[in-house]
Ligand binder design. Structure first.
Ligand SMILES: Nc1ncnc2c1ncn2[C@@H]1O[C@H](COP(=O)(O)OP(=O)(O)OP(=O)(O)O)[C@@H](O)[C@H]1O
Length: 238
């Protein structure tokens, strides 16, 4: 592991600890995250969101080292945006602009594209999706699922190497969830996703089960989800 930290490819954590409100929420965690589809599970407060926030630099680690495609995640959002895209649980925490077009252009402008090229990219993507008419739509007129679609598309357009999703489907109905899962399924990017809806992890390569900021289990999706279900039932009948 020590040799891996600092490598150009992939995400590495080496003995990372995070303390929030005087409580250790990530505890000496070492991980190499290289599989295309990784799920994060665990009970409330186990540290899943904190882990994603460490990876994209929203929270600084107290101790240990993190390398995200060779970058220190605390090197600033401008530097990280070509590597990491982050989708929040609540689209209203991500969306800033009043229209779909402005929201989708924003990340591209931040990446240094001219206004005309950014708009061209946005319109071309919307057209591929059969949604050209969405460009001028006011964000406030969209449903929660449609807003979440805009958030995911905003990240896809920026073409990061990895997309982190923190419970992206919790407010959505089943058809919308499946539609967005299908969109994610076909992306070339690495995906690391938190979800309490365990059927969202169909076709995932690896599941990491966190408990009190440490790894409780880590391995193939079938095996870990089975163990997690069994543990949840056991806890319930105690
Ligand atoms: N904004 C915050 N300020 C201080 N401490 C926090 C904050 N958010 C979370 N924590 C602490 O960090 C611990 C881990 O929280 P985190 O959100 O990472 O867990 P989680 O596994 O994502 O939980 P959930 O499934 O409920 O979203 C929590 O128990 C809480 O004590």
């Amino acid at each position: 592991m020590t040799q891996s930290v600092g490598q150009e490819q992939g995400i590495y954590l080496h003995q990372v600890t995070l303390v929030r409100n005087e409580r250790t929420v990530i505890d000496q965690l070492s991980l190499q995250l290289s599989e295309p589809r990784i799920g994060l599970i665990g009970h409330n407060g186990s540290g899943k969101s904190s882990l994603l926030r460490l990876i994209n630099g929203l929270l600084p680690a107290n101790t240990g080292q993190i390398s995200v495609f060779g970058q220190n995640p605390n090197s600033g959002p401008e530097n990280m945006s070509s590597h990491v895209g982050f989708i929040f649980q609540n689209p209203d925490h991500q969306i800033i602009f009043p229209t779909v077009e402005e929201e989708l252009c924003f990340g591209l402008l931040n990446q240094g594209l001219s206004k005309s090229t950014a708009l061209e990219n946005v319109m071309s993507f919307l057209s591929e999706q059969g949604r050209s008419d969405w460009a001028k739509r006011p964000i406030h007129s969209l449903s929660d699922g449609q807003k979440q679609w805009v958030c995911i598309v905003a990240i896809i357009l920026m073409n990061p190497k990895v997309i982190l999703l923190d419970e992206p489907f919790s407010a959505l109905d089943l058809p919308t969830r499946y539609q967005l899962l299908d969109l994610l399924h076909h992306l070339p990017q690495q995906i690391i996703m938190i979800s309490h809806e365990l059927d969202s992890f169909t076709d995932f390569d690896r599941i990491i089960w966190l408990e009190e900021g440490k790894i409780r289990q880590d391995g193939p999706a079938d095996e870990i989800l089975k163990a997690y279900y069994a543990d949840a039932k056991r806890v319930r009948v105690r």
